[in-house]
Design a protein around this ligand. Structure first.
Ligand SMILES: *[C@@H]1O[C@H](CO)[C@@H](O)[C@H](O)[C@H]1NC(C)=O
Ligand SMILES: *[C@@H]1O[C@H](CO)[C@@H](O)[C@H](O)[C@H]1NC(C)=O
Ligand SMILES: *[C@@H]1O[C@H](CO)[C@@H](O)[C@H](O)[C@H]1NC(C)=O
Ligand SMILES: *[C@@H]1O[C@H](CO)[C@@H](O)[C@H](O)[C@H]1NC(C)=O
Ligand SMILES: *[C@@H]1O[C@H](CO)[C@@H](O)[C@H](O)[C@H]1NC(C)=O
Ligand SMILES: [Zn+2]
Length: 445
């Protein structure tokens, strides 16, 4: 029946290679992340553009990130709907416990095997279902997944200045061009602030407040460019982030080297000096000893064997997690051999801590207006993105039920929101029929 319909449609539009996946009911989607935007950063600064966006769309009271609350892992949860122990991007740094090599954030962006660990990010899934996707600076953009990659990508050079407002506007202009001239369906866009400023000056600083003003101006510019590009009625915009920010406490610090009976000679591998998280591989036969000397060494330090790590974190059940794990209470970072951490703000802490909570805002044709929704977990964002794009999701740890109340009931293919919405898989015969008749298969995928 669908095939027949497809042939009919094809006959009606004979001679034109219409972009098949771009039916009138499919809106475009822009997912924006401002790194380290704590949930309440808009409460002590004037943010007229964020306020307008909330009035025009949906605002969550806050969003709970995944654990550990680090940049690459939490962004990959947005892109896959999976907890860290299920997507495998368990740290910002690639590491090898055998050789002891550890690579920083930027270098790790280019190591596909670190990212492509069994979970497909939404870009690839969307492309396999006929959509055109793009990404600008978003964590995970540079990697290949099962040999596939994002269709249009901008990867920042090393030592990129993530704070420059002129660069931000350039990125927004590029995204608008990709949506209009290149007809992309989905773009992810990343900004490295207010994270950098929060680290350097602390989350309560004047500098952070000024950076929130810059973020707000940028959101005003973005929405203006969306209008000017004629995309307002056809583009859903989500603005979110990866984690919050906590003021670092500089008294009674956790310094592993100073703990009695502890020695680094008992370890084969350590990943420390990265905020409040630590991964340790004790030498053969030394696990119990290292565990016992660290376990009660500091009141703010939590030490677990991998199997005993609290399940609520959904973090430790992965082959990349080491036999011993450390994390510390909000405000306390873990120093290893030497003190090399001097930030005034830090993240990576327990995702139940309020200062790790982050933002979620949305506006566009699919979203209700002026709605404030209860807090939810970031693992649920993926299902929403798939619904908005009309694609079938990969297996994931979230649920569409959590975010469905944000959606308007009459957005084309959704009925009144009570029943299951038709999946694009059911559109496939239609697309096939059209494509075959028009002979423009090459333009579809
Ligand atoms: C994930 O990476 C680990 C090594 O870091 C590897 O042992 C494992 O096979 C990978 N899993 C998948 C599904 O790629
Ligand atoms: C980044 O650019 C901004 C704005 O031009 C400037 O104020 C800041 O000093 C630059 N940061 C670095 C680290 O160069
Ligand atoms: C350190 O080891 C010594 C000798 O085995 C023992 O007496 C002492 O209680 C240990 N201290 C701690 C804090 O484990
Ligand atoms: C741990 O992960 C494996 C798959 O890697 C899964 O089969 C198992 O159920 C998980 N265990 C828990 C407690 O989640
Ligand atoms: C949607 O339609 C069904 C069937 O007509 C009805 O039972 C249900 O109450 C409706 N739901 C809403 C939210 O209107
Ligand atoms: Zn971050």
């Amino acid at each position: 029946m669908l095939l027949a319909l497809g042939l009919l449609f094809a006959a009606l539009s004979l001679g034109r290679c219409i972009p098949l996946q771009q039916g009138p009911s499919r809106s475009k989607l822009l997912l924006v992340s401002f790194d380290g935007f704590r949930w309440n950063y808009d409460q002590d600064v004037d943010t007229p553009n964020l306020d307008t966006m909330a009035a025009d769309g949906v605002k969550a009271k806050y969003m709970t990130p995944a654990f550990v609350t680090l940049t690459s892992p939490c962004h990959f949860t947005l892109l896959t709907g999976r907890y860290l122990e299920n997507h495998g991007v368990i740290h910002n740094m690639w590491f090898d416990t055998k050789t002891g090599v550890r690579l920083p954030y930027y270098t790790t962006q280019g190591i596909s095997s670190w990212w492509d660990n069994g979970s497909l990010p939404i870009w690839i899934t969307a492309q396999r279902q006929g959509l055109k996707t793009g990404s600008i600076h978003f964590p995970g953009t540079k990697a290949k997944y099962q040999k596939e990659e994002v269709y249009k990508k901008l990867v920042e050079p090393p030592l990129f200045n993530y704070s420059n407002e002129a660069n931000w506007r350039q990125s927004i202009n590029t995204a608008m061009e990709w949506f209009t001239a290149e007809n992309l369906d989905f773009i992810t866009l990343y900004f490295g602030e207010p994270d950098s400023t929060g680290h350097k000056f602390g989350p309560e600083s004047t500098q952070r407040k000024n950076m929130i003003k810059q973020v707000d101006r940028t959101i005003g510019y973005l929405r203006q460019r969306i209008r000017e590009s004629g995309l307002e009625s056809n583009l859903n915009l989500i603005i979110t982030s990866d984690h919050g920010m906590e003021t670092v406490i500089k008294t009674n610090e956790i310094h592993i080297r100073t703990f009695s009976n502890f020695t680094f000679k008992d370890l084969d591998f350590e990943l420390l000096d990265y905020g409040p998280n630590g991964l340790l591989v004790p030498k053969e036969g030394k696990l119990e000893h290292v565990y016992s000397v660290l376990k009660n060494a500091h009141p703010k330090l939590h030490v677990y064997k991998k199997e005993e790590f609290p399940k609520r974190f959904h973090y430790a059940n992965h082959s990349r997690i080491t036999p011993l794990l450390l994390y510390s209470d909000p405000g306390y970072v873990i120093h290893g051999r030497y003190k090399v951490q001097f930030n005034k703000g830090e993240h990576g802490f327990d995702n139940q801590a309020m200062n790790m909570k982050t933002i979620f805002r949305a506006v566009g044709p699919s979203f209700k207006k002026g709605l404030v929704v209860e807090p939810f977990d970031s693992v649920n964002v993926y299902a929403l993105l798939c619904e908005l794009l009309g694609i079938t999701p990969e297996p994931h740890d979230g649920s569409l039920e959590v975010t469905k109340p944000m959606l308007r009931e009459s957005t084309g293919n959704e009925g009144n929101g009570s029943g299951p919405s038709p999946r694009p898989a059911s559109k496939l015969p239609l697309m096939l029929g059209l494509a075959l008749v028009l002979g423009c298969w090459g333009g579809v995928f």
